[in-house]
Design a protein around this ligand. Structure first.
Ligand SMILES: [Zn+2]
Length: 366
């Protein structure tokens, strides 16, 4: 399967969404110590002693992921793995034959279950005969999604789209498609795993890394924090907003509450730390970025509440929430994000849900 043939997945972010730095002040506040320079795919760059950065391609609107290789003394520890596509495997093989030659991979650690992070974990674990280290919820969720392959979407997923106000044409098209793309770009996972959890301290070579769990983008996302460096995964990205969505598997969830709570949790981390994000470039200015992320959601919530002076569906709210027009191919991801914001307001008693005879939910300010 070539990159262009890879399936669209519900984990794509809405590219370059509204948290792009908008003012000169924003641009001053975040500092990129390596500028916008990035390593070529299949090469390594040492960003801090014992911490190496590589980058691989992605077949999504978002076209790259940053992966990290840590010097573990007698071997290498890999943090996040890329999607299961031939190009990513070839990039790893080039690294193993080149700059990583001479020592084995002794650990494979994954921040969360999304395919760009977990995709080659099973392949790498089998290749090096090492366990997969990941949070329990992430592992179990991935295992269940891999198995959930159907000829047509389950009724709960169709109902979720109808509730959100999808037009009939989009619902009809959805019904005609097979369900469950997740397995397509995930290499087979090991049947067991080694659990990591919030507060754990992982000794890797000369460094100790504390696991700090974030929620909202994924249910149990592991960030790794060493003295002056943080591997942030998708929990903090400098120039794009992480997707915070409600999915049909948990249609009444309030993930934005988890996300905003995690922003507060991350404020306990040293503001001067070098942040290694999964997308864009390494940066400093963690607390500034947390402020920006929070402000972006607060701004969206305020606009949404004003928009809901009249009863509105999730689809109605797209133009209020997203700067780029949402075509029907983006309805899945946009619906998840819109419903997350609507649920946050509903949970806090600011919106009331009205369900009509056709099963469509509209939300109106109280
Ligand atoms: Zn992710």
């Amino acid at each position: 399967m070539s990159l262009s043939e890879a399936p669209a997945l519900p984990f794509q972010r809405i590219a370059a969404s509204s948290a792009e730095p908008r003012t000169p002040q924003d641009l001053r506040d975040l500092h990129y110590p390596f500028g916008r320079w990035v390593p070529d795919h299949g090469t390594l760059f040492e960003v801090a002693p014992g911490i190496h950065w590589t980058r691989m391609g992605l077949p999504f609107g978002l076209d790259h992921i940053n992966l990290w290789v840590l010097d573990a003394g007698d071997g290498w520890a890999i943090v996040d793995t890329g999607v299961n596509l031939p190009a990513s495997k070839r990039a790893w093989e080039r690294l193993f034959a080149g700059p990583l030659a001479g020592k084995p991979v002794t650990r494979v650690i994954v921040t969360h279950y999304h395919p760009d992070h977990l995709g080659l974990a099973g392949w790498l674990c089998a290749l090096w005969n090492v366990p997969l280290e990941i949070a329990r919820t992430e592992y179990l969720l991935a295992r269940s999604l891999i198995l959930d392959v159907r000829d047509a979407p389950p009724p709960e997923a169709v109902d979720f789209s109808i509730r959100a106000g999808w037009p009939d044409t989009a619902v009809t098209e959805m019904r005609q498609k097979p369900w469950g793309n997740f397995h397509k770009i995930i290499s087979p996972l090991p049947a067991g795993f080694k659990r990591i959890k919030d507060g754990d301290v992982l000794t890797i070579g000369a460094r100790q890394w504390r696991v700090v769990t974030g929620r909202g983008h994924a249910p149990e996302h592991s960030c790794l924090v060493s003295d002056d460096v943080m591997i942030a995964g998708d929990q903090v990205l400098p120039r794009i907003t992480s997707n915070v969505s409600v999915y049909p598997t948990e249609p009444f969830a309030d993930p934005l509450a988890d996300w905003l709570e995690s922003i507060e949790t991350l404020r306990a981390i040293d503001p001067g730390i070098l942040v290694l994000p999964a997308h864009n470039e390494p940066f400093t200015g963690l607390h500034t970025r947390l402020d920006q992320l929070r402000a972006d959601h607060v701004d969206k919530l305020a606009k949404l509440l004003a928009f809901c002076a009249e009863p509105r569906t999730a689809v109605d709210s797209f133009a209020t929430l997203f700067r780029k027009p949402i075509g029907e191919s983006d309805y899945g991801i946009a619906t998840g994000e819109a419903v997350a914001h609507l649920h946050w307001l509903e949970e806090r008693g600011q919106l009331r849900r009205i369900t009509d005879a056709l099963g469509v939910d509209r939300f109106v300010a109280i």
